[in-house]
Design a protein around this ligand. Structure first.
Ligand SMILES: Cc1ncc(COP(=O)(O)O)c(C=O)c1O
Length: 388
């Protein structure tokens, strides 16, 4: 009898090296074997290190979670398939029917939409202006959760995390912060009193625009509630993406250092340019939250800025047609500098009234500054603005 079929399944045997590789292996397996039932019990109960099933996570998931927790000096972390799944798992793990969420009106558009969806399950959301402390205090009465962004998308509003966290805790609410724009390089939000810090790792942590991932970090008891939902509902990622993000994060500080330095220079350049009506960058004294940003952010003011041309799609298209390096792309946090247009992308699904209230008109652009040479970026903007 030809044993080819059996050999094809079982023949690929290699000895496990006893020494450690410099780059950790990718555990591309959705399923794991067990010696016997005692080992199954031991792994489930955490008495023995081991993996169970893809949805429960692999060593690559655990490595990314350990990394994210370490970067935020958190007790624990859970990785999910995207920033939105990390937020969704957080809401589904911590909220129930009848609960009230107080959310900054300046959140990423999809986050506002998820909160709206949760209304169908009895979770009510009230939006607030982070600068109106008395209004925040009023809204927090009876709230279960306060949701903020460290530097908001796209106006770069920076909340006074210590002050708002204290108010939320007095009201019995926990505080969740989306720290995507800042990354741990610019803000360790847990050190400012918040309970959970979440990031879309798709952005700066991975840093190369080639994975979708998210994570939440904080105290172990909260993280375990979120993990249970993430595993049960399948909101988890795969080993390869986790591996890529671990690799990308090795250069986080180098990238952020360069990009945030360039962002400040470009914000100053744009603020002086006659074709630019307004610049939103927390590092500029003209920004409403400059003083708060000096307290909450560290190592500079991050790599995201927004600027306003006249409210016209024609002007924006003229700029886009003339830029050589800076491309329109609907994400952020990569090595390359990109622009996004909130009115047609991240905030597309808000009502025109909601967009208007946030000032997100047709000439509003958000820029994610990358690691190219600053002089090239400045020259690129200068020549393209000529065409506007
Ligand atoms: C501030 C912020 N939070 C969350 C997300 C969602 O992350 P993801 O696209 O990884 O789901 C984004 C995406 O742009 C974002 O900008």
């Amino acid at each position: 009898m030809d044993d080819l079929a059996t050999l094809a399944v079982h023949g690929a045997k290699a000895e496990k090296p006893q020494n450690e590789p410099v780059s950790s292996p990718i555990y591309q397996s959705a399923s794991w074997t067990f010696r016997d039932l005692d080992e199954v019990d031991a792994v489930y109960e955490g008495r023995e290190a081991g993996a169970i099933y893809g949805r429960n996570g692999t060593p690559n998931h655990r490595a990314l979670e350990a990394l994210f927790a370490a970067l935020h000096r958190a007790e624990s972390a859970v990785a999910c398939a995207s920033g939105m799944s990390a937020l969704s798992a957080t809401f589904l793990g911590l909220l129930g029917s009848g609960d009230k969420v107080v959310a900054s009106q300046d959140l990423y558009g999809s986050t506002l939409n998820v909160l709206r969806d949760l209304g169908r399950f009895g979770v009510q959301t009230v939006t607030i202006d982070i600068g109106d402390v008395a209004g925040v205090k009023r809204a927090l009465k009876g709230a279960k959760l306060l949701l903020l962004e460290t530097a908001s998308n796209p106006r770069l509003r920076v909340p006074d995390l210590p002050k708002l966290s204290a108010l939320a805790h007095q009201a019995g609410a926990m505080v969740v912060v989306d720290n995507t724009f800042a990354s741990p390089y610019h803000c360790r939000a847990l050190e400012h009193g918040v309970d959970l810090v979440m990031e879309s790792l798709t952005k700066f942590i991975n840093g190369h625009s080639d994975v979708m991932l998210g994570a939440v970090a904080g105290k172990k008891d909260l993280i375990e509630k979120i993990r249970t939902v993430a595993v049960r509902m399948g909101l988890v990622s795969n080993p390869y993406e986790c591996w890529l993000a671990v690799r990308g994060a090795e250069t986080l500080e180098l990238r952020m250092e360069r990009a945030s330095r360039s962002a400040l220079e470009l914000a100053q350049f744009l603020e002086r340019h006659p074709k630019v009506r307004r610049v939103h960058y927390p590092g500029l004294p003209s920004h409403a939250d400059h003083e708060t940003a000096r307290k909450v952010l560290r190592n500079g003011f991050a790599a995201m800025l927004s600027f306003e041309l006249e409210p016209s799609r024609t002007s924006v298209n003229a700029l886009l047609h003339h830029l050589r390096y800076i491309k329109l792309a609907l994400s952020l946090g990569g090595a390359n500098t990109t622009l996004s247009h909130p009115a047609t992308s991240s905030h597309r699904f808000l009502s025109p009234q909601e967009r208007e209230a946030l000032g997100l008109h047709d000439g509003f652009l958000r820029m994610s500054v990358g690691i190219e040479r600053l002089e090239d970026l400045r020259a690129d903007l200068m020549q393209a603005l000529e065409a506007v």
